[in-house]
Ligand binder design. Structure first.
Ligand SMILES: [Zn+2]
Length: 370
């Protein structure tokens, strides 16, 4: 795959750092040949500052301001992660600000209580609570439903977008003992490998939400759109996923917001509002659990007791506990709540929704460009 000089250097740094730290990248879809040749150019540790300067200098010569801004934020996140590799320390808030380029804050008690109250009111209105919704372990039946929903979404999402999207293809895997509930590994252009963690029980709504988050409308659609920048313009930065970066923040925001943007409209589910609120509370509690663990130093059992006060199922509590205490990805658990809020706010504020959709899905976007 042909990629330009500035992105080659950025990817060499990201690959080198990932080899040292193990938590920097989760997907690369540049092809084995490109990857092999980039890995042959790994720097010696003492030459990393020189490599950083070289990348920054090339970014100043990039004529597309939007791309230059995006690359600048990616390299800044990698530079901060190099600092951590050398033993640097920071607070959780500083970590988020320096990597995601967004000041992720601890969710307030008022927000948690507001969501809890809204849920109680709405459940009363519909005469249906979250405990009434059947919850099963992942079996053949739920697997088939997941695949069927994924298929249905393909044309539905396309019809809702004001531009043409490459549908691409998927492969699937049902996995166990992972810290996350599902994962999209985009492993070649226009192709996503979706992994669903079969350890946690799911409801029909969870499957619906996962389909949008990982598939059409969410990660698969967005990454397919940006694959065009990789293939047509040689922008290699769109051929890998840097976990703690502004790229990941925006992508998670789009994926979380896609259920609201497309799912509620397409499904016309009368209890859609309730589903929406449940998910907002779950993500807010993911943020809460993350800060309780990484800032306050609370352990699993103590966090569990605090989460149990809210309308949340034991399976969801379990999944957040596994996520936030994971050595590699634990700090990532707070991203969904803030990223959804930032993307939703930007969408609702935009006067021209079609333009917003086009830009956010097809152009490099960071939290500050939302
Ligand atoms: Zn995601």
């Amino acid at each position: 795959m042909k990629i330009d000089n500035v992105s080659q250097l950025l990817i060499i740094l990201a690959l080198w750092l990932d080899e040292k730290k193990g938590d920097v990248l989760s997907s690369i879809w540049l092809g084995d040949e490109t990857l092999k040749s980039l890995k042959q150019k790994f720097p010696h540790e003492e030459d990393v500052p020189k490599l950083l300067l070289e990348i920054k200098s090339l970014i100043t010569r990039e004529p597309d301001c939007r791309r230059a801004h995006y690359l600048g934020e990616l390299v800044s996140s990698l530079e901060f992660q190099c600092h951590l590799l050398k033993g640097g320390t920071c607070s959780i808030s500083e970590f988020y600000e320096q990597t995601f380029k967004y000041p992720i804050q601890r969710v307030s008690n008022q927000e948690l209580e507001f969501l809890e109250d809204e849920i109680k009111k709405t459940e009363k209105e519909f005469g249906f609570t979250r405990w009434d919704e059947p919850c099963t372990t992942i079996d053949q039946f739920s697997k088939n439903i997941f695949l069927q929903k994924l298929e249905e979404n393909c044309s539905n999402v396309q019809d809702s977008l004001p531009f043409k999207v490459e549908n691409g293809s998927f492969s699937y895997e049902w996995v166990f003992q992972k810290p996350w509930r599902a994962f999209n590994r985009h492993n070649k252009p226009y192709h996503s490998h979706i992994m669903i963690n079969a350890d946690y029980p799911v409801t029909q709504f969870d499957l619906d939400h996962l389909v949008f988050h990982e598939g059409f409308g969410g990660h698969h659609t967005e990454l397919n759109c940006k694959d065009l920048l990789l293939l047509n313009e040689g922008r290699g930065e769109h051929g890998l996923w840097i976990n703690y970066s502004s790229q990941a923040f925006v992508s998670e925001g789009i994926a979380e917001f896609s259920y609201e943007m497309f799912g509620l409209k397409i499904r016309k589910n009368p209890i859609g509002k309730l589903h929406y609120l449940w998910y907002r509370l779950e993500n807010a509690l993911g943020n809460y659990a993350c800060f309780l663990h990484h800032e306050d130093g609370l352990r699993r059992e103590e966090i569990k007791q605090l989460l149990k006060k809210y309308s949340i199922k034991p399976g969801v509590i379990q999944s957040w506990l596994d996520f936030v205490t994971d050595a590699k990805y634990g700090k990532y658990a707070a991203v969904y709540h803030s990223a959804y809020n930032a993307v939703a706010k930007s969408f609702h504020r935009a006067k021209d929704k079609k333009q917003w959709l086009y830009t956010t899905y097809n152009q490099p976007t960071t939290p500050s460009l939302l």
